[in-house]
Design a protein around this ligand. Structure first.
Ligand SMILES: Nc1ncnc2c1ncn2[C@@H]1O[C@H](COP(=O)(O)OP(=O)(O)OP(=O)(O)O)[C@@H](O)[C@H]1O
Ligand SMILES: [Mg+2]
Length: 298
């Protein structure tokens, strides 16, 4: 059985004002993958997501889900959930609970299952305490979490998140990373757009880069972020952790060829190096690499 869940083939999209937002895009996604989409403002990420999910009508190109061409927008909407870039565009109900329960009710699920799914989604997003609040009074980050919960309650195989970290504080971003990992571990396939390269380096299985409506590149985060031509063309910023790691390698502080994905991994690497150099200097004096670096910096 094929492991491919989504195939986008030769997809082009032009808005009624004749602005061509997508130009002959093709790619495929495996089940359970976390694929991050990068690209400068206006590159076409939101348009691509809305074509896949059925909010926009496709006139040129094909979307296959589990091997089958899904022409109907309504059917694509049922198969693939989307968390909008702007939470305000998504929220319609009068209370947080009703918002999160809306999807399952709309799918005609029995009341007990609606309640159980909504409660579960509120718990995952840590917003049970907001259940009776009118969503429009919530902060930006809280609204964002409500919209993610309202999509989780649909329990669909594929979830699209359009810039999910935008407007979240550091703590909430950390929580989101954990939530995305859990969703992927539960077998969900996630398509995520972001401008935050450190977020992708840490979480993405694969990255797709769009530029001016075209697919510019795809591959592993560390491969793509080390290519200056792609960074420049797509106005991407190299992840900070990668910048630091490359400088440390340049000054011969570390020889490891394992790129750390976050601060925790980098500090473990530095700690190991520190212990190793301390042990070396006890027996052999200052290691050559450190004296060489000192000389370079003087
Ligand atoms: N409703 C619309 N009508 C006409 N043009 C549109 C419409 N929505 C988007 N566009 C244009 O389509 C192009 C792609 O926009 P899109 O929102 O998909 O980019 P994006 O990659 O999501 O950008 P961002 O990073 O800013 O969210 C842009 O040039 C934009 O101006
Ligand atoms: Mg967008």
């Amino acid at each position: 059985m094929s492991n491919i869940i989504l195939q986008v083939e030769n997809l082009s999209f032009t808005y009624p004002n004749r602005r061509q937002a997508l130009d002959d895009i093709s790619f495929q996604i495996e089940k359970g993958e976390k694929v991050f989409f990068h690209g400068s403002n206006g590159a076409g990420k939101t348009t691509l997501f809305q074509c896949i999910n059925g909010l926009l009508k496709i006139k040129q190109g094909i979307v296959r889900f589990n091997g089958r061409i899904v022409k109907s927008e309504r059917e694509r909407m049922k198969l693939i959930s989307i968390v909008f870039q702007n939470a305000e565009d998504q929220i319609i109900a009068g209370s947080v609970f009703d918002e999160v329960a809306f999807g399952p009710i709309n799918h005609g699920l029995p009341k007990e299952e609606v309640v159980q799914r909504a409660e579960h989604a509120l718990r995952i997003m840590n917003i049970e305490y907001l259940r009776n609040y009118p969503p429009h009074f919530l902060s930006y980050g809280e609204k964002k979490r409500v919209t993610i919960a309202s999509v989780l309650s649909m329990e669909q195989e594929m979830i699209i998140l359009d810039e999910p970290t935008a407007g979240l504080d550091g703590h909430q971003k950390e929580e989101l990373v954990e939530i995305l990992d859990n969703l992927a571990n539960e077998g969900h396939t996630l398509l995520i757009s972001t401008h935050e390269s450190d977020f992708s380096l840490r979480c993405a299985d694969r990255i797709i880069v769009l530029e001016q409506g075209k697919l510019l590149a795809e591959g592993k985060a560390e491969e793509l972020f080390s290519r200056n031509d792609i960074l420049e063309k797509a106005s991407l910023v190299k992840p900070i952790i990668m910048e630091v790691y490359e400088k440390l390698q340049e000054y011969s502080y570390i020889e490891s060829d394992h790129l750390p994905k976050d601060i925790k991994e980098l500090s473990i690497l530095l700690h190991q190096k520190f212990i190793a150099s301390k042990t070396d200097s006890m027996f052999f004096g200052e290691p050559d690499s450190i004296s060489a670096t000192k000389q370079r910096l003087e």
